[in-house]
Design a protein. Structure first.
Ligand code: ADP
Length: 482
């Protein structure tokens, strides 16, 4: 079994507790790695290192273009190590290797984009309304950033946070999910290779409250950037608010994927399938509510079942596999509980609905791709985030009905509209309460497009030009020019 150490101040070190915990492979159910169990003493060391690097020494004194160059080099190193890092992620989260490799190959773009932005962060000279002043703004790093990340896309979501944070000149302490810490610990080595000064990037590992909690409460942490469940996000946001820290939150979703009768039905059905079954439904943007206009409801359901029932489950490392295991036993149980809830609420089970136990599933935590029809929006299965391969189909009459169903949840992360009517697409995209609206596509994300949630799905935006401002604070300088 492989034993990892944590990464503080440019070095791999042992945890203060002297203990490690096991990380399991969701496909085999076996432990494959030992992850350091940190506590508040390691958090203290990591935050002190980050604070030191922020305030004195080479990082603090470096020009923005030099910083950009380092960030760019980091992107190159990720590209060179993509396959290895993707394999580590699959061992930990059981997602398909093809998907994780795709993510790892795309991650360098975040570092190239924000690395290029580092020396383009400009203040302004202000046309003052008072005589005798020369006044201008400067954008300064917000400070030490605590990045708390989930298990579904560990390094991709780390990149969303740290690439703009580094461009802004911040220093970072990452706390990856206890289920998928290994890839972030391996990634840390690349900072040294790229030539980053010690202390700019640090990783502490361990459990939510124990490590994440003390990180969020540390007085020298200036900003918390979190991706995870809405319950944990709300808790962390409260803790951060109590200490007046900046916080951005990328939380859950219950996204509506809306098929109108005038849509290209074949295309829409493929979009619906990938929207919910990609990553075994374990994504915040999962299209877990499929809204179908009544005239095409039966056709859509028929086509959907035809494709979904052929989904190939199995080893996530196998290129032929389409649906992998669920990442954790707790998540597996939660999904099965939601299937029970939906059955008890009177939703009509059309496909799946139980654990998958075939030989191809090894000893993994597999749930069959599951589809419920005749779901009503007030049912729990339509309101709550399942984070698994469970699709709820809801019938609607017209545009107004679709909008009221789509917006009738407390989440607002993403949504999609399938239609050939451009006017309808524009009207819907204006009125949908969601941070992302896709038209005739699903799941597209990029470093170029801002991403984040309306309502309970989050605070702040990641990606795109403005994300760098999430890691900057603005100072006004007044000079008496006499
Ligand atoms: P999930 O594991 O279901 O995605 P969580 O939101 O619980 O959802 O976890 C996301 C991240 O938040 C993980 O890194 C986890 O360790 C961390 N975390 C969980 N609870 C807390 C907490 N109370 N304080 C800080 N971090 C936490």
């Amino acid at each position: 079994m492989k034993r990892y150490d944590l990464f503080i101040n440019g070095e791999y070190v042992k945890p203060s507790t002297g203990t490690w915990f096991e990380s399991q492979n969701p496909f085999t159910g076996e432990a494959w790695a030992e992850i350091p169990r940190c506590d508040e003493r390691d958090v203290e060391l990591a935050v002190q290192a980050a604070h030191q690097a922020l305030t004195v020494g080479p990082w603090a004194e470096m020009s923005a273009s030099q910083r950009g160059l380092l960030i760019h080099r980091l992107g190159d190193l990720i590209a060179q190590n993509a396959a290895q890092l993707a394999q580590t992620e699959v061992r930990d989260n059981g997602k398909l290797y093809t998907e994780m490799l795709g993510q790892l190959n795309y991650i360098p773009q975040w570092f190239y984009y924000y690395g290029g932005m580092a020396d383009k962060i400009q203040g302004a000279t202000l046309p003052m309304d008072k005589k005798g002043y020369f006044t201008y703004t400067r954008h300064e790093p917000i400070g030490v950033v605590a990045a708390i990340t989930p298990w579904n896309s560990p390094l991709l979501l780390t990149a969303w946070k740290i690439a703009p944070a580094l461009a802004a000149g911040c220093t970072i302490v990452v706390k990856p999910s206890e289920f998928t810490s290994a890839s972030t610990l391996e990634f840390a080595a690349l900072f040294e290779q790229a030539g980053f000064p010690a202390g700019v990037f640090n990783v502490v590992t361990g459990f939510g409250k124990e490590v994440g909690g003390s990180l969020v409460e540390h007085p020298l942490v200036n900003k918390v950037s979190f991706t995870g469940s809405d319950a944990t996000g709300k808790l962390i946001n409260q803790q951060a608010a109590g200490n007046l820290k900046h916080a951005s939150m990328e939380l859950g979703g219950k996204s509506a994927n809306i098929i109108f009768e005038d849509a290209d039905i074949e295309q829409a059905v493929f979009g619906a399938i990938s929207g919910i079954f990609a990553a075994t439904g374990q994504t915040c943007i999962a299209g877990s509510r499929l809204l179908v206009q009544e005239n095409v409801y039966d056709t859509v359901v028929e086509k959907l079942l035809e494709i979904a029932k052929t989904a190939k489950m199995g080893n996530p490392m196998d290129e032929q596999t389409q649906v992998g295991p669920v990442t954790t036993p707790a998540q597996y149980q939660k999904i099965l509980d939601y299937i029970d809830i939906a059955n008890n609420e009177g939703a009509k089970l059309l496909l799946g609905g139980k654990p998958a136990t075939g030989q191809e599933c090894g000893s993994g935590w597999f749930v069959e791709p599951t589809i419920f029809g005749e779901v009503h929006n007030e049912m729990r299965i339509a309101q709550e985030e399942v984070f698994g391969p469970v699709l709820s189909i809801i019938r609607f009459k017209d545009e107004a009905d679709a909008l009221s169903i789509a917006n009738g949840v407390r989440f607002g992360l993403a949504s999609a509209v399938w239609t050939t009517d451009i006017g309808k697409a524009i009207r819907m995209s204006e009125k949908l309460q969601a941070g992302t609206v896709w038209v005739n596509t699903y799941r597209a994300v990029s470093y170029l497009a801002p991403f984040g949630g309306y309502k309970d799905s989050g605070l702040g935006r990641e990606n795109g030009q403005d994300a760098v401002f999430e890691f900057l604070q603005t100072k006004s300088v007044w000079i008496n020019s006499g």
